[in-house]
Structure formats: structure tokens, C-alpha cells
Design a binder for this molecule. Structure first.
Ligand code: CU
Length: 413
């Protein structure tokens, strides 16, 4: 418990430094030296870090330094992303209505480039397929997915009249409650739809990751496996892929490059055991207390040969099914964006420990190629990235490092 006390003391120190006219160069949080393996304690450690992050970003927003959206982002207009359970039923329905709306709008991607796109929603899936090898285990992983999720949120707002913000999925809570019991996945009209229909006699283990440079990991099959039949996405059609879909029994399914039209149902295979093992509060704290951004983002994605999926892989594989267990087409699962909002929130917390450094060049690590194979140039603040035909312009890394600078003006609750 002394760890929590030390954070509390540092929060106090932070409060004192706010009054100082000279902004502190380094934040004064003292992180726990280790993540508690007691889940209740780890939840507390994380709650302290989250509240520190809020205070620190708010202080930055209220201050006079430049780390905010060209002077226009302020404490009065910053938009706040909330955890799914913090939304009212009306807000939950408004969000899923907007996603269903996006799935009914015309695609912007030319079918000469991606023949299988059938909706505006598919523009995001297509962009992700085309760049999969450049946006995971590379220097732009965090920033690219931040931009991707933000433009998706904007499309819901601008093209589908959504007035809320992008909700996030707190895996540390579902690790405790079980996925099936969460209000996010209970299958009601106010959920993100429920589990896939139960498919019996599937092999009891699933082998994860081998084709993606991640070491072989054995995991149980989930509690569904078939088509989603409840809630807002019961009638959803998945149009693109698969490219590298990991299915029970140590095999992968693919339909070439995944860009052809291949309509099928949305499948889920909720696997609470994976959520509990790889994306619990201990895993999140353990990721956050890493010494530098390289270790932070590698722990998050699962270090190759570590036998770990990381919180990123943990969330993806916990959803199970098609498209969730296919790295390439994973944004075809509407939960993807709640998962990646949480990934972004964890980065936002990590950045809060030293906003100045972590939103500058020091906050970037990695190169242009997957695990730097073949070796390529380091990613820098000047590195340009884009979202294909989904949205947005080609943009420099420097614009994407802070959630209150460049095009962004948001925080997390
Ligand atoms: Cu991705």
C-alpha cells in the first residue's frame, strides 16, 4: 500500500508545482516499482495513475505553454472520451446508431483499388488492411491508431450526426466481470451486441500469433464462435477479408489479399480468459511503468518471443471471431474502436508522466518496418502518415503526439 501513498504524495507535489510560474519540465509522479499482482491493488494503482494523467493534462490545457491545439483548445472546449459504462442508455444507443449509419453510407475508396468496399465503414477496414505491415511494431503504431480512431469519431459526428465522443473499453473492468456480463457485450439494444452463437466441438486451444512475428501462445476457445445474433450489430455484414484469420485448431484462413468482396456475418468468440490473462489491471500498470517509450509500446504489443500478447493483443484476441482475430481486418469489428480508444488512453496516461518529452521526439521509437525487418529509417517527428481513403490528410507525426495539440482537442475521463 505504500506505493499508493507515494503516488498520492506526488500528486500533492504536482498540485504545488501548478502554482509555480515556471512550468515543471518533468512531471513529479513516482511510479510504482512494480505492478501489484493483487488485482484490487492494481486497480487502485491504475486509478491513481489515471487521476494523475487527468490533472496533468488539465494543468497543461489551462497553462500558457504551447502544447495545445494552436491556442484554441482549452479547458472549456476539450472533448472528453468516456468508458462505455459511463454512458447513459441514450448515449450508448446514439453511438451504435451512428456506427450502423456509417455502415450504410457510400464508400469513398475507389473499387478499382479495393473492390470489396461497400460502405463508409469499410473505408477504415481497407485503409488498415493496406497498411498493416507499416503500422504495427513500427514507430508510427501509436500515432497512426490515434489518428485513425479520431477520424472515425469525426466521421460518426460529421457524417452521422453523432454528438457524443468515442467511448473506450476498459479491459481491466471486463477482466473482473467477465466479458459476457458487461453492459458493453450483454447483447441488449444498449450494448455493442453480444457474443457469437455458441459453436460446439471446437478444439479447446487456439494457437495465437505465429504468422505475425509473435511467439506461439496457446489460448482456450471462447464461449461463442458463431454469428452475432443480438443487439445493434445482429444484421451486420463483414465485407472485406479475411487476410490472416486465426481460427481454432492452429490454422489461418485467408481470401487472398482480403480486398475482394466477401460478405459474411460478424462472428464473435468472447474469451474472458484471454482478457484476464493479458489485459487486466496488473498488465496495464506493468505496461505504464516501463522506462521508455520503446519498452512501453513493445510491452503493449507483446514482445516477440516473450510468450505475451500484451494489452493490445489481449484485447483483440479476447473479442475472438471474425474479423477480430485477423490483425489486418480487425477494424471490421465495431469493438475495435473502443479497444483502440483504450490503447490511446493508456498512451495518454504514459505521456502524462512527462508531457513535454513524451509529445516530442523523445516520445517516438521505432522505424518504418515491422520489427525493423528489413532495417529502415527511424520514425521522427517529420515522418508523414496517412489513412488512405478513410479520412484526413497526409500528416506529420509532430501533429499527432499530443491529444490537445495539432488537430486534436480531447481528453479521457
Ligand atoms: Cu491496427
Amino acid at each position: 500500500m505504500h506505493l499508493n501513498t507515494s503516488i498520492a504524495l506526488c500528486l500533492l507535489a504536482g498540485a504545488v508545482s501548478q502554482a509555480s510560474p515556471t512550468p515543471q519540465k518533468r512531471a513529479s509522479i513516482t511510479l510504482p516499482t512494480s505492478a501489484s499482482t493483487d488485482i484490487t491493488e492494481a486497480v487502485e494503482q491504475l486509478a491513481h495513475i489515471a487521476s494523475y494523467a487527468q490533472d496533468t493534462w488539465n494543468t497543461t490545457l489551462a497553462g500558457t505553454n504551447s502544447k495545445r491545439k494552436r491556442g484554441t483548445c482549452n479547458i472549456g472546449n476539450v472533448s472528453v472520451r468516456k468508458e462505455w459504462n459511463a454512458l447513459s442508455n441514450v448515449e450508448k444507443k446514439a453511438y451504435t446508431d451512428a456506427v450502423v449509419c456509417l455502415q450504410s453510407k457510400e464508400a469513398q475508396t475507389p473499387t478499382s483499388l479495393i473492390p470489396g468496399v461497400r460502405s463508409r465503414f469499410d473505408d477504415w477496414v481497407g485503409a488498415h488492411i493496406n497498411q498493416t505491415r507499416e503500422i504495427h511494431y513500427t514507430g508510427i503504431f501509436l500515432a497512426w491508431h490515434r489518428y485513425f480512431t479520431w477520424e472515425y469519431e469525426r466521421a460518426l459526428q460529421n457524417e452521422c450526426n453523432y454528438t457524443g465522443t468515442q467511448p473506450y473499453w476498459d479491459w481491466t473492468q471486463t477482466a473482473i466481470t467477465g466479458l459476457e456480463n458487461s453492459s458493453m457485450l450483454d447483447g441488449s439494444e444498449y450494448s455493442m451486441s453480444g457474443n457469437g452463437a455458441y459453436v460446439a466441438n471446437r478444439s479447446s486451444t487456439v494457437v495465437l500469433g505465429d504468422s505475425n512475428g509473435v511467439d506461439e501462445i496457446i489460448a482456450p476457445a471462447g464461449t461463442g464462435g458463431g454469428c452475432v445474433t443480438s443487439g445493434p450489430f445482429a444484421n451486420m455484414t463483414v465485407n472485406l477479408g479475411p487476410v490472416s484469420l486465426i481460427v481454432p485448431g492452429n490454422s489461418t484462413e485467408s481470401n487472398g489479399d482480403g480486398l475482394e468482396y466477401n460478405p459474411r456475418c460478424l462472428k464473435r468468440d468472447l474469451t474472458t480468459e484471454i482478457n484476464r490473462r493479458y489485459a487486466n489491471a496488473t498488465s496495464v500498470v506493468d505496461t505504464l511503468i516501463k522506462d521508455n517509450v520503446d519498452q512501453f509500446q513493445m510491452t503493449m504489443q507483446g514482445m516477440p518471443d516473450s510468450g505475451e500478447l500484451g494489452i493490445h493483443g489481449g484485447g483483440h484476441f479476447a473479442m475472438g471471431g471474425d474479423p477480430a482475430r485477423d490483425l489486418y481486418i480487425s477494424p471490421g469489428e465495431p469493438l475495435f474502436f473502443l479497444h483502440h480508444a483504450m490503447i490511446d488512453r493508456v498512451w495518454w496516461m504514459y505521456q502524462s508522466f512527462n508531457i513535454e518529452a513524451n509529445t516530442a521526439a523523445e516520445g517516438i521509437s521505432g522505424t518504418a518496418t515491422w520489427l525493423n525487418e528489413p532495417a529502415s529509417a527511424n520514425t521522427t517527428l517529420e515522418t508523414m502518415l496517412n489513412l488512405g481513403y478513410a479520412a484526413g490528410e497526409s500528416i506529420a507525426m509532430s501533429e499527432l503526439m499530443s491529444t490537445i495539440d495539432g488537430p486534436f482537442c480531447y481528453a479521457y475521463e
